[in-house]
Design a protein around this ligand. Structure first.
Ligand code: NAD
Length: 362
């Protein structure tokens, strides 16, 4: 089997993780890297001598006969770089968020389809075995009907100079929630505060309303003393927590709950019946999620398959963030989320149904 030739664009904080993974995967040849920072290029080429070309201009890649590129540059640059790479016949894996507006995301989807190239977005948690386990638990019915979901993603830094904390952190949680629920939210409201840098919100509270009145809340912060990466799913039978900061028991299922019981002898009064049971942490086989993501990308390129996190998946997340930004500017008013048009869903492998132009699928 021929190795796929890969180039990496953007070698800052996150890019080197892709470089390491593609170098470790035997089916890939990470031949070239690009970054504006010469020091970083030199450092990476010294560390990985198998890299043939290190350049400040990613356009140099276009003469190398590469199959694919991975883009981990700042989000504002994703669209133009991905567009150019697709136009040059390359398959593209773009870091989250796919783009910084839905118009750009749609353009990339159309371009990839026109040129029969794979377009994938790096929604890392959809390749995370703990998230897969949580989805299985929800789908098994063990938790019962889901009442609400709470997600917290907070720590101190890293501050982004121009895009706020919602653009930076919410793509993870929105992609997780859409994946877990197999659905997209109907509306979003967001409040935030720019505490350190006056123009860029570093703390935000985002409320998503999914169909069937399923409420989800995201707390996002670059300004918190504790690193927290936690998702709590509360059902009418049990509750489950995915805590990514835990080293071992990342998913726990709590046999806890409460029921309101109307007392028959005293009209109009309720009593609450609480139950407390076991806490169970299922065994989860650990694989580095980024490794699984890179393998999936290569498989999609080789077999011309639609990725699990394809352009549509990226668009659905961008739609939510775009609406959240409008809400943020309007004092937290609930903003309806742009439905993904039906014509953009044709051929999407994971689509289960399309209702009133709204994508309902996993
Ligand atoms: N999946 C995750 O968990 C995760 C974590 C961190 C960052 N990210 C994503 O990765 C991307 C990069 O984030 P980061 O934290 O590494 O940012 P960063 O600022 O540390 O790195 C970005 C790099 O891109 C380079 N760059 C900018 N424009 C370029 C161009 N035109 N050509 C070549 N190189 C260029 C910069 O020189 C810099 O080295 C973002 O989209 C971010 O959202 C994802």
């Amino acid at each position: 089997m021929r190795k796929l030739n890969v180039g990496a664009i953007g070698c800052g904080y996150w890019g080197p993780n892709f470089i390491r993974n593609f170098i470790e995967i035997p089916e890939a040849d990470l031949r070239a890297i690009a970054d504006l920072d010469q020091g970083q290029l030199d450092h990476l080429q010294t560390r990985y001598p198998s890299i043939e070309i290190a350049t400040k201009d990613y356009r140099d890649f276009f003469a190398l006969g590469l199959d694919a590129v991975v883009i981990s540059t700042p989000p504002e640059t994703h669209f133009s770089i991905a567009q150019e790479c697709l136009l040059h016949g390359l398959h593209v894996l773009v870091e989250k968020p796919l783009t910084i507006n839905s118009h750009q995301a749609r353009e990339l989807i159309t371009l990839a389809e026109k040129h029969d190239r794979v377009l994938m977005v790096g929604h890392l948690f959809e390749y995370n075995s703990s998230v897969h386990t949580l989805k299985k638990i929800i789908e098994s019915g063990e938790l019962g009907d889901i009442f609400y979901i709470d997600a917290v993603r907070a720590s101190l830094g890293l501050f982004h100079p121009t895009l706020n904390v919602i653009w930076d952190l919410a793509p993870h949680d929105i992609s997780i929630l859409n994946y877990l629920l197999g659905d997209v939210p109907l509306n979003v409201s967001a409040r935030g505060s720019a505490c350190v840098h006056r123009a860029v919100e570093d703390v935000a509270y985002v409320t998503l309303m999914y169909p069937n009145n399923l409420l989800a809340h995201l707390r996002l912060s670059w300004l918190d003393p504790h690193k927290t990466r936690r998702i709590t799913v509360v059902g009418n039978k049990k509750m489950a927590v995915f805590d990514d900061v835990e080293s071992l028991e990342k998913v726990r299922v709590y046999n806890k709950g409460v029921k309101a019981i109307r007392r028959t002898d005293t009209y109009g009064e309720f009593q609450f019946a609480y139950h407390y049971g076991d806490v169970v942490s299922p065994y989860i086989h650990f694989e580095e999620p980024l490794h699984s993501e890179c393998l999936h990308f290569l498989e999609c390129v080789r077999q011309r398959k639609k990725p699990l996190t394809d352009g549509y998946n990226g668009l659905r997340v961008v739609n939510v963030i775009e609406a959240a930004q409008r809400s943020l500017k309007n004092g937290g008013r609930a903003v309806p989320i742009e439905p993904t048009p039906v014509h953009m869903l044709n051929g999407h492998p994971s689509s289960k149904a399309v209702t009133n132009g709204i994508y309902i699928g996993g």
